[in-house]
Design a protein around this ligand. Sequence first.
Ligand SMILES: [Zn+2]
Length: 133
Amino acid sequence: MGNHPPPQPPRAPREVIRRDVGSWISGPSRPLCARCGDPKPDDGNLMHSECEEAETAEALAALRGTEPVRAEHVMAGDTVLIDGTEAEITDVRHGDYWLTTGQHGPGVALGWRCGSSSGIMFRRADDTLDRIS
Ligand SMILES: [Zn+2]
């Protein structure tokens, strides 16, 4: 953000930085996340755990034909992915909730049904869910 590279003379070879997961070689001291490119803990993984989750979610979304939707815009009758499982939203309530992040704030309580199981999950209003399009 706001970190623009210095202007280069027209004939200077451009450095191409690829973030190809398969060919990423982490450096010995400051490993960089293969997804966002930021420094990450040297834990032997290619990327931040949250980046890995996002990567997995994107791969799943591509497979299933889903679209990202803000939790506050989910409607009853929508089908969303919860932990990779398709669930039908049966009930939506907006309000202020204590969220799993430990914060209190605007959120959405989503009633869901999946086969014979059902439940309610709480999401921040600006959280993103995968809706099956
Ligand atoms: Zn990352």
